[in-house]
Structure formats: C-alpha cells, structure tokens
Design a protein around this ligand. Structure first.
Ligand SMILES: CC(C)(COP(=O)(O)OP(=O)(O)OC[C@H]1O[C@@H](n2cnc3c(N)ncnc32)[C@H](O)[C@@H]1OP(=O)(O)O)[C@@H](O)C(=O)NCCC(=O)NCCS
Length: 198
C-alpha cells in the first residue's frame, strides 16, 4: 500500500466522534503517535482487567513493548482504538486488535475496555468494527483465547456468533472462533463481474 492509499484507508476507518450510549466516542485506527495514550490506557487497567486480557498479573508496559504494539502495519495487523475528549485531551478508553495468522486468511483478536467505561457498549462497537475491517481485508476466520472464568466475555462471544471450545492451552482457556461473511460486493465490482461473465 502506498502512502496515499494508506492514509485514505485509515481515514475511511475513522468514525469521528459519534454517540455510543449517549457519549461522544471516536473509533479509529491506532497510530504510532498514540504511544502516550496507549501507555496511559494500559497502565490504568485494574488487576482484574489486566488478568482477563493478559491471563497473568504480569506487566505489559515496558517502553519497548508499548512502542511495538502501537506500530501497526494495517495489512498484517490492525488495531482500532476508542477515545473520548476529556478536558480538551484525547483519552483512550478501549482497543480491539487483530494479527493475521501465517495462513493469510485468518486472524487472532484481542479486546479490552478501560474499567470505568465497561458495560456501555464500547467493547461491542469496537469488536463489530474490527470484524467488518477484517472481513473487508479478506479475513474469513477470527479466533481468540478467553479465560474460562471470564463469563461476561464468553457470553458476549456467543451473542456475536462465536463458537467456544476447549483449548490446547488447558482447561482454564477457551478457544473462540467466528467465520466471517465476505463483505458485500461494491456496485463497481458487481458491474465488472457481470461484464466478465458475458
Ligand atoms: C470484555 C470487555 C472487552 C467487554 O467490553 P464492554 O465495553 O464492557 O462490553 P459491552 O458493554 O459492549 O457489552 C458487550 C456484551 O458483553 C457482555 N457483558 C458485558 N459486561 C457484562 C457483565 N458485567 N455481565 C454479563 N455480561 C456482560 C454482554 O453480553 C454485553 O452485551 P449486552 O450489553 O447486549 O448484554 C471488557 O469488559 C473488558 O475489557 N474486560 C477485560 C479484558 C477482557 O476480558 N478481554 C477479553 C479477552 S481478549
């Protein structure tokens, strides 16, 4: 992807500030300039959110690691962040990401929302956006790992049509999986398909 088509693509994925449960929230791709807000975001996780997201109480916040996870290439991997404006400052309140697997057509996702912003539809909005972006990028299968004790997330997964099965990692982890519908063909591509078959 050249620089122009990349910036058009990223602009297309940015929602601007629109209401989710009455609060103006932006969902947009994560950029390297978001290092500070991502750092503040992960440092603000409660022990429970940290454990549910990382499956350990361990640290995720080394400067090297944070730099790495804010450098998204947007072809192999994707991260969408949710932000709000607080006191004229953009604050990150959630992130949904995927990494394309080596097969090229499936990906592994992860999702988190800041503790103070949970249960307001933000996780749902982030994941539905991520699913659309993944499908449009040619991904047909999305998988993830969820702690078996993380009942709200497993409930949410089922509601979104993910299957859940035991994981090779052990009984404490569930493997979730969803087959993604291909995006609807655009009128232009339908036109060229039709032309091609005549
Ligand atoms: C799981 C998580 C991402 C959900 O985000 P959220 O913004 O709180 O979720 P939403 O408000 O969009 O709710 C989505 C669904 O989750 C489920 N859910 C959320 N909170 C719940 C709760 N306290 N009890 C039961 N179900 C709950 C519901 O199915 C809900 O759908 P509904 O509102 O239609 O009932 C968030 O709680 C989180 O960051 N948890 C810690 C990290 C984590 O567990 N990540 C998953 C592993 S990758």
């Amino acid at each position: 992807m050249n620089a122009k088509s990349r910036s058009d693509y990223l602009a297309q994925l940015s929602s601007g500030y629109s209401p989710i449960y009455g609060q103006a929230i932006s969902i947009r791709p994560m950029l390297p300039e978001d290092l500070d807000i991502e750092t503040e975001y992960v440092q603000g996780w409660s022990a429970e959110t940290r454990y549910n997201r990382l499956f350990s109480a361990g640290s995720y916040t080394s400067p090297e690691r944070l730099k790495k996870i804010t450098r998204i290439d947007f072809e192999r991997d994707m991260a969408l962040i949710a932000t709000v404006m607080l006191d004229d400052r953009e604050v990150q309140i959630g992130v949904a990401r995927y990494v394309r697997r080596d097969d090229g057509h499936s990906c592994e996702f992860a999702l988190s929302v800041a503790d103070a912003w949970q249960h307001r539809g933000i996780g749902r909005a982030l994941l539905l956006n991520l699913i659309d972006v993944a499908a449009a990028a040619g991904i047909d299968t999305m998988v993830g790992e969820v702690l078996a004790s993380n009942k709200p997330m497993l409930h949410f997964m089922r509601a979104l049509g993910f299957s859940s099965e035991s994981s090779a990692e052990g009984p404490e982890i569930r493997h979730v999986c969803k087959h993604l519908a291909p995006p609807p063909a655009s009128p232009e591509s339908r036109g060229s398909d039709a032309a091609g078959t005549q």
